[in-house]
Design a protein around this ligand. Structure first.
Ligand code: ADP
Ligand code: ASP
Ligand code: MG
Length: 437
């Protein structure tokens, strides 16, 4: 067996957590490659080291006082090193970091140091070789991930190594500049390493006992999903189930390597297995519910629109001109809507609407904002007649107004849009409709 184990921020937030992680790694010699995140929060009021790094860098780059933030970061690592009784000093590393902050090495460089330093500590504590991700994970100049070149270099590097620590979240572009994935991106590194190592399993260790039917911050102790397909997971993580980064399924899915979500604080729990198999997918009517807040719906109304060829294309090209990506396009007979993230259009939304009206000669273009999208996901849904009726009627009975509905023909996902103020209530209503108390 060959296992890659990624540990999230809360799993490595303190020396005590590091010890739990080391016990997990030592419990199975097949856990060969370890991908650590930066230290996360030790409690609700604590800071994530990554957030501190972004903030310190912004202060330094603006010529403001950044040393107190840097001190906080240093102390986090000092506490861990002391608690683990390691003979290790990161002083020189911190001198380099401060020097490069002042030289404006970039916020991606800054953010990456959280994982880099935690990787050094982990490598020393486990006595595993350290592989700097900047040497094995590559980005193109436009910031996109260079998957094939990375796989070639990384698989060669890992060949013949019994164990190694590869920090998550970052890599470098072909000119050597440090680049990062988006937030939560250590999950992606874990998946990339699993692919390159031709692993049998990608273990993703976090602070919950698996992928839960819905967000535990909204429903107390939701059920754990025991198995889920890559497709369902992708829908849920894209729609906000933040336990696994939405891009993390791709590298492992290419090689059909299963992912297992496990709890560092409860290693005895079985967690969730994510793979390609439909087995288990039909045990439940729905697999999971996830959602995101703050969308805007721009509706274009034009009588006899459905007879007009090319109208949607004209509208979409306006969004393209503004470089706005589109989430959904629900449509009716005389109108269609374009759902986008509010933050993607906010600075120029009225200008964009004016251009839309002109480009489509629409009778009316309207805007509804403060919308949340909530996805109910499950491969089993298509075998269950009347499911959407049941879903909409439960939401209606709860007195919630559905603003928009979007469902693709593969029937794996039903998305409803509601006002932000109904977000939590809608998730609770759907959850209890299908998981009665
Ligand atoms: P890590 O630091 O280990 O990467 P994250 O904070 O990124 O952990 O992800 C774990 C958190 O995701 C959980 O603590 C939980 O609050 C949140 N979460 C949101 N939706 C879900 C879900 N459906 N299942 C499990 N956790 C979820
Ligand atoms: N430390 C990074 C973040 O906070 C990456 C990660 O945790 O996966 O976003
Ligand atoms: Mg995470």
């Amino acid at each position: 067996m060959n296992i890659v184990a990624k540990f999230g921020g809360s799993s490595l937030a303190s020396a005590e957590q590091f010890k739990k992680v080391a016990d997990i790694i030592r419990a199975d010699n097949d856990r060969r490659f370890v991908v650590p995140s930066a230290p996360g929060k030790r409690n609700d009021d604590d800071d994530k080291v990554t957030d501190l790094l972004y903030s310190a860098y912004e202060h330094a780059a603006a010529g403001l006082e950044y040393k107190p933030i840097m001190e906080k970061i240093k102390n986090r690592y000092k506490d861990i090193i002391k608690g683990l009784e390691l003979d290790l000093s990161l002083d020189e590393e911190f001198d380099t970091i401060e020097d490069l902050f002042i030289k404006k090495a970039g916020k991606e460089y800054a953010a990456s140091r959280g994982e880099y330093l935690n990787g050094i500590i982990m490598s020393r504590y486990m006595d595993f070789p350290f592989i700097d991700a900047a040497k094995v994970i590559f980005f193109n100049e436009d910031g996109t991930f260079d998957s094939e070149y990375t796989d070639r270099v990384l698989s060669k590097t890992l060949e013949g190594l019994e164990h190694a620590v590869i920090p998550g979240f970052y890599g470098a572009d072909h000119s050597g500049n440090i680049r990062t994935f988006s937030r939560g991106g250590s999950d992606i590194t874990g998946s990339i390493v699993s692919r390159a190592a031709r692993a049998d399993m990608y273990e993703n260790w976090t602070d919950v006992s698996g992928f839960l039917v819905t967000d535990p911050r909204i429903i107390r102790q939701p059920e754990v999903i025991d198995t889920i397909t890559y497709r369902e997971l992708r829908e849920l993580s894209y729609m906000g189930a933040s336990v696994l980064h939405e891009e993390a399924v791709f590298p492992v899915a290419l090689k059909k390597i299963p992912i297992q979500i496990r709890n560092t604080n409860k290693p005895e729990d079985v967690g969730t297995i994510i793979n390609n198999s439909d087995e288990g997918a039909f045990k439940h009517i729905i697999t999971g519910i996830a959602g995101k807040k703050d969308f805007s719906i721009i509706t274009i109304r034009k009588v006899h629109m459905s007879n007009e060829v090319g109208l949607i294309r004209k509208a979409l090209s306006v969004f393209e001109d503004y470089n706005v990506s589109i989430e959904h396009i629900p449509s009716g007979v005389d109108s269609f809507s374009v759902v986008v993230e509010t933050k993607a259009v906010k600075p120029f939304v009225y200008e964009l609407m004016g251009k839309l009206k002109k480009a489509t000669s629409a009778g009316e273009v309207t805007l509804t904002s403060e919308i949340s999208l909530i996805a109910t996901v499950g491969l089993g849904m298509k075998n269950y007649k009347g499911l959407s009726g049941r879903l909409f009627s439960a939401i209606g009975k709860a007195g919630i107004n559905i603003v928009v509905i979007s469902q693709t023909s593969d029937e794996i996902n039903i998305i409803v849009g509601v006002h932000n103020s109904d977000y939590e209530k809608t998730i609770r209503t759907i959850y209890y409709e299908f998981n009665p108390q």
